[in-house]
Write a protein that binds this ligand. Structure first.
Ligand code: PEP
Ligand code: MG
Length: 324
């Protein structure tokens, strides 16, 4: 399938009306890295670090993590890699951590909540990332931030870790960017100060959608009930993008929907200029973006909203059929 899009692999996702959308890939294992070249991705927009913790039967040592993250950065050859700190809990349970009986794991002790309550693990991971960068740029993002203070606290832990690493004589990264994932509706309503302070945001659409519609992403019975192109969800995404534009905060979208061409097209029409997806989706998404005029898509979406339609999908699909 990658061959089908080989002719546009080195070309940008430049729309007919002149907007460029950065297409990055999601990764989590070393085996994913060769796709960085074959897919034509600009960089790794989401590196899910928990996968390395989940495939073992004991907690990895810091030295192992340093070696692993250094290999990831080596393989990326200067392309940006966004390392997401451990996103465990909920559906991702570490086999060597005491299982925790929770009535609603998706709403429970997970991701940054674990990281802040057990800073030892988070500190070890941050140290490993700093050492792996070894003078190169480093990009880190914290998962599942629900309120500004969690980001502030995690960032403070990073600052302290950087200072301690410097005291130990380690070479610091050339630059450090620290972002947050926006995966809970609450964070979209955080104070302006948060948007101004965060280095970048990445919309975790899988979780954001689950919480927006209160529909469990793991539950087949309700999972497909709500369309991502539902006007309510699309308006919400648009509102997040507008807040980011107003504060100059770089924003991208890294949930699975970014890899679905029609969804990606609608997100771009809502103003998103950066998407991250599985490598195999980059070709099809780029192909559709390059053929489309975002201004026209915006109009199709606006008209569907005015007509009071539940989802903009039928209108967008019809427009696409008309485009041939
Ligand atoms: C998301 O929630 O959209 C996301 C990218 O993170 P994960 O799927 O790993 O929860
Ligand atoms: Mg998530």
């Amino acid at each position: 399938a990658q061959e089908r899009y080989a002719s546009i692999r080195e070309k940008p996702a430049l729309t007919q009306d002149g907007f460029t959308v950065a297409l990055n890939m999601n990764a989590g294992l070393m085996a994913d890295l060769p796709s960085l070249v074959s897919s034509g991705a600009e960089g790794v927009g989401l590196f899910r670090t928990e996968l390395q913790f989940l495939v073992r039967n004991q907690m990895p040592r810091r030295s192992e993590l340093v070696a692993l993250y250094a290999r990831v950065l080596d393989a990326a050859q200067g392309k940006r890699v966004v390392f997401r700190t451990l996103d465990i809990g909920s559906d991702k349970v570490l086999p060597y951590m005491k299982p925790n009986e929770e009535p609603n794991p998706a709403l429970g002790w997970r991701a940054i909540r674990v990281g802040l309550d057990k800073p030892g693990i988070m500190r070890m991971q941050l140290q490993a990332l700093i050492r792996a960068a070894n003078g190169r740029p480093l990009t880190v993002m914290f998962p599942f931030v629900a309120q500004m203070e969690e980001y502030t606290e995690a960032r403070r832990l990073m600052d302290k870790t950087v200072a301690a690493e410097a005291r130990l004589g380690h070479i610091l990264p050339e630059t450090i960017e620290i972002g947050a994932m926006l995966e809970t509706p609450s964070l979209a309503f955080a104070p302006n100060k948060f948007f101004e302070n965060v280095d970048f945001l990445s919309i975790g659409g899988n979780d954001l959608k689950q919480f927006f519609f209160a529909a469990d992403r793991e539950n087949e019975r309700v999972r497909r009930r709500y369309d991502t192109l539902n006007v309510s969800f699309l308006s919400f995404v648009e509102r997040i993008v507008e807040r980011c534009e107003a504060t100059g905060t770089p924003v991208s979208f890294c949930g699975e929907d970014a890899g679905r061409p029609v969804e990606a097209l609608c997100f771009a029409a809502m103003g998103l200029r950066s998407l991250s997806m599985r490598p195999a989706s980059i070709g099809p998404v780029k192909n559709l973006l390059r053929r489309s005029d975002l201004g026209q898509v915006r109009k199709v979406i606006a008209d569907a909203r005015h007509r009071g339609e539940m989802s903009v999908r039928p209108a967008v699909m019809e427009w696409l059929r008309g485009q041939g």
